[in-house]
Write a protein that binds this ligand. Structure first.
Ligand SMILES: [Zn+2]
Length: 342
């Protein structure tokens, strides 16, 4: 029988301090050349081991080989000039210096496929691999070529599909697309955002997920959250169409957020990665707090579809805090699983 409430993480985990500056987003690498390549691979092994030690069921690379969840993928594409930078408002929220699309975009070569093979060699557990979603990619760029967000999103979707098919062939069990932009641009999500995501998963036989969150625990995001009022109903705008989509799993922010849990009813039937760990605070959840979030979610998500998870990536946290949070996630899931089975 399949394990009930299998635990996983939304994405990134902290990197070792010998590889990159800790507790920093877009942290520069500390190594170069072949030392950097080896260092990333060593960090991937360490990250896997930390997840296994914490008892996580669906493991990942902890995004150890990438500097940032969007830009590292884009760096491997033709048509994007990283020297030509523009400051744009990303997620309609904060200014960031981003590269410019100067010509037709295409993938030079596989981006993460070798890393995924390395992870596959290290474990027999199910593995999940994260890619940026098309809409979040275009939202992290200045487009001076297509001059249409939608057109560029379709191009990225084709490229993502090539990468996803190779990740699947490398033995990845779940391919996840990170789409924090889905929480901001509702009209576009419904017009073409979900459609481009479905293009990105076309022909895949492995499971697919979309991760929609309120962002890392960085100041621009926590300030934004303060403006959202007491009830966060952003998910409500995109759930009906997502429920109808071909995406298998939806990964969400739940614990400590102001998302009314009953919104999960709108995606009934989908598998749901329920965020039961807050990544925007250094305080460690107790197993009982995790269990409470999961019990609440169980009112709207069938037990066999519930995957306890973190709200978002934990790259900006310290390693000790991130590991403690993973253990709390596991312990909380254990409590609720025992209740379900007793
Ligand atoms: Zn996230």
């Amino acid at each position: 029988m399949k394990k009930l409430l299998p635990t996983s993480t939304a994405g990134s985990l902290p990197k070792p301090s010998w590889l990159a500056q800790p507790e920093t987003l877009w942290s520069p690498w500390k190594l170069q050349g072949s030392e950097l390549t080896d260092g990333k691979h060593d960090a991937l092994r360490v990250s896997l081991q930390e997840q296994q030690y914490a008892g996580i069921d669906i493991v990942s690379d902890g995004e150890q080989t990438r500097q940032h969840f969007v830009t590292t993928f884009i760096e491997h594409l033709n048509g994007v000039d990283f020297e030509k930078r523009k400051t744009v408002k990303i997620r309609d929220r904060y200014d960031a210096s981003v590269p410019t699309v100067v010509g037709e975009v295409s993938r030079q070569k596989p981006v993460f496929v070798d890393d995924a093979k390395l992870l596959r060699q290290q474990t027999k557990q199910p593995i999940k691999w994260a890619l940026p979603g098309p809409m979040t990619m275009i939202d992290t760029l200045f487009d001076d070529h297509y001059k249409s967000r939608e057109k560029l999103a379709w191009e990225f979707a084709k490229i993502l599909n090539q990468e996803a098919k190779e990740l699947e062939a490398a033995g990845v069990d779940i391919i996840q697309f990170d789409e924090p932009a889905f929480n901001v641009f509702f009209d576009e999500v419904n017009d073409w955002g979900i459609a481009t995501l479905e293009r990105a998963i076309e022909g895949l036989k492995c499971e697919t997920a979309v991760h929609i969150c309120y962002g890392y625990g960085i100041k621009a995001n926590t300030d934004w959250k303060k403006t959202l009022g007491s009830e966060w109903r952003q998910y409500e705008a995109v759930f009906p169409k997502l429920q109808q989509s071909n995406i298998d799993i939806i990964s969400l922010e739940c614990h400590n957020s102001h998302v009314p849990m009953e919104l999960l009813e709108l995606i009934r039937g989908k598998k749901v990665m329920v965020g039961a760990i807050d990544v925007a605070t250094e305080s460690i959840e107790t197993p009982e707090e995790v269990a409470d979030t999961l019990r609440h979610a169980l009112k709207f998500v069938d037990a066999e579809n519930l995957y306890p998870c973190t709200n978002c990536g934990m790259a900006p946290l310290s390693r000790s805090i991130a590991t403690a949070k993973l253990r709390a996630l596991k312990a909380g899931a254990d409590i609720v699983r025992n209740e379900l089975l007793s």
